[in-house]
Design a protein around this ligand. Structure first.
Ligand SMILES: Nc1ncnc2c1ncn2[C@@H]1O[C@H](COP(=O)(O)OP(=O)(O)OP(=O)(O)O)[C@@H](O)[C@H]1O
Length: 267
């Protein structure tokens, strides 16, 4: 169920009124994590428990799942998705989900089921796809369409991983290759959309029929670049070009999502 939030923006900065308009927003839920001492404060762990745990459960059931962070620059998307790797309390959804994934695999007692995990990590920067696990491969991989499996990126590196530690190493390497720059709104602003994909394969052997079956699910974890106003970010030159590409692709994504939502509501 959706709730509507309306607020008259009558804030003042140095005594100057900045906006008197009333804005309305539709959303399913909102989290607040501004002041750790406030009773409404929601931690990284709680966000993961409410959004990530269910997604991981669906992935083990064999569904493809996707979580993406969409919003204004500086609003906390990268923090929510990745967080701070050096502080366990501040870890974001992606490392927590990877940790739980291997914990579940390690605790598997069913000797007829075998798991394998592969990951890929790419960024879309100024409409070009770059492989973050092989940044020297050039920054313009081709997106193709498979008749059964749908869109895929040609030649994107897929690495087999056996532990949470393996994934962390790959994530760290990929994050170092990601395009980040300082703007007036965020000192470490993501200038690209990053897509971290986990492919989970479950092979099951049925001792009665002697048949092997395979269940493959894809978990897509997406940290989008933030929408921005050139006036607020102070973007010029390359930063301005990046900002224009970011806004264009986010507008297109917004249109796709609203069309999909329209189709669902017609059913
Ligand atoms: N819940 C939070 N608690 C503490 N710090 C936060 C929180 N959310 C965001 N921050 C901090 O705010 C700053 C901006 O966050 P972040 O880089 O995640 O924004 P973003 O939405 O990804 O921005 P951009 O679209 O420009 O990449 C960072 O310094 C981050 O550490």
């Amino acid at each position: 169920m959706k709730s509507t939030y309306a607020k008259a923006l009558q804030k003042t900065i140095n005594g100057r009124e900045i906006n008197k308009e009333t804005h309305s927003f539709n959303f399913d839920h909102s989290y607040w994590s501004y002041n750790k001492n406030d009773q409404h404060f929601i931690s990284q762990k709680q966000v993961y428990q409410e959004l990530g745990v269910e997604m991981l459960a669906h992935a083990f059931e064999g569904y493809n799942v996707c979580i993406f962070a969409y919003g204004q620059t500086g609003s906390g998307k990268s923090y929510t998705m990745m967080g701070k790797s050096n502080d366990p309390d501040e870890m974001g959804i992606i490392p927590r989900l990877c940790n739980d994934l291997f914990e579940r695999i390690d605790n598997n007692n069913d000797k007829h089921v075998q798991y394998s995990v592969e990951v890929s990590y790419m960024e879309i920067y100024c409409e070009r796809v770059k492989d973050l696990l092989n940044p020297n491969s050039g920054g313009n991989l081709r997106v193709r369409e498979h008749p059964l499996l749908g869109p895929y990126v040609d030649d994107l590196t897929k690495m087999a991983v056996c532990s949470y530690y393996d994934i962390c190493n790959l994530m760290d390497e990929g994050n170092k290759a990601r395009t980040v720059a300082a703007t007036n709104m965020n000192s470490t602003s993501s200038r690209s959309h990053a897509v971290f994909t986990i492919v989970l394969t479950q092979k099951r052997h049925c001792p009665d029929t002697k048949l092997d079956t395979e269940k493959v699910s894809k978990v897509s974890l997406v940290d989008l670049a933030g929408s921005e106003r050139a006036n607020s970010t102070g973007a010029e030159g390359q930063r301005l070009k990046e900002g224009a590409n970011i806004n264009k692709s986010l507008t297109t994504l917004g249109l796709v999502i609203s069309k999909l939502a329209e189709e669902v509501s017609k059913e």
